[in-house]
Write a protein of this length. Structure first.
Length: 71
């Protein structure tokens, strides 16, 4: 599934943000995610920054950790 167990609707993450977070959790770089999603790397980085803000974290590792803690 798109979110594969990530449920952050209460935090206001969009479906696209959940997809980006899933790929980040799977170890993909912003560039790799951009290829998968067929968007620019800067778009992926924008989504990641928005995710960090919504989750109250500072970086990708913390966002993924937050995701794993809340599954």
């Amino acid at each position: 599934s798109v979110a594969r167990g990530l449920k952050f609707s209460s935090r206001g993450l969009t479906l696209r943000e959940l997809e980006v977070l899933q790929w980040a959790r799977d170890g993909k770089t912003a560039w790799e995610i951009s290829i998968i999603r067929d968007v620019s790397e800067s778009t992926v980085k924008y989504h990641l920054k928005t995710i960090y803000s919504k989750l109250g974290v500072a970086n990708r590792a913390q966002a993924v950790g937050e995701a794993l803690c809340r599954v």
